[in-house]
Design a protein around this ligand. Structure first.
Ligand code: HEM
Length: 192
């Protein structure tokens, strides 16, 4: 019974953690792109994004991570034999990467607050794909365990994810180029 409770809250923690991670980097993108706005909009937007990022990080994202990890420890103490499983070792490797990503987001948040972030909007959009990859790998490992299929199904899923990520990137690039074109047209002095 305890195991099921731990698993239920492990899954709830994961949902909260990932909602936070995805939205956090989306806010970073808006934050960086606010630099293209004229004053006073630029300062107002940047201050607002900074507040939103801090709250999201400390009220949603970090608690989501803590609940996930605490419940995972609960699962492992209830059934310690799981620790011998190969799938769990690989999963833990990706979880370490995910926690590293979480802390890197905190670093980016501080750099943005100090106006020292070297990432542009497009690079941040690409960075936001990293947790998707980790999510897919970790969930597949947790569900299939040592029987993770390596046939056409897996490659089909991988191809689908890559195609989705590429579409998002291309769409964002098109919107950015359209906006740049529009801004250039608006700022051009009409020639008589
Ligand atoms: C702190 C590191 C983690 C540990 C030690 C851990 C450990 C575990 C354990 C022991 C189970 C129960 C397996 C079972 O009874 O079937 C489980 C379930 C699960 N974990 Fe984790 N986990 C961790 C982090 C994560 C993360 C970050 C994710 C998602 C990104 C995740 C996704 C899942 C899923 C989806 C299940 C349910 C699998 C099922 O019932 O079929 N875990 N985890």
């Amino acid at each position: 019974m305890a195991y099921s409770w731990f698993k239920a809250f492990h899954l709830i923690g994961i949902v909260v953690w990932f909602a936070g991670l995805f939205y956090l980097v989306r806010l970073f993108i808006y934050h960086v792109e606010a630099n293209q706005e004229p004053e006073p909009a630029r300062t107002i937007l940047k201050n607002q994004y900074q507040i939103m990022e801090k709250r999201l990080y400390s009220i949603i994202t970090t608690p989501g991570m803590l609940v996930t990890v605490a419940m995972a420890i609960g699962l492992l103490t209830t059934e310690p034999e799981v620790l011998k499983e190969g799938w769990l070792h690989i999963k833990l490797l990706f979880v370490v990467l995910l926690i590293g990503y979480h802390h890197y987001c905190r670093r980016l948040m501080k750099q943005l607050a100090e106006d020292k972030c070297a990432w542009n909007g497009q690079q941040l959009r690409a960075l936001n794909e990293a947790p998707t990859v980790m999510l897919v790998v970790i969930v597949l490992l947790a569900v299939f365990k040592n029987n993770l299929p390596t046939d056409i199904t897996v490659w089909g899923i991988v191809a689908l994810i890559v195609a989705m990520a590429a579409t998002i990137q291309l769409y964002a690039r098109k919107r950015r180029l359209d906006k740049e074109k529009q801004t250039t047209e608006m700022t051009q002095v009409p020639q008589q």
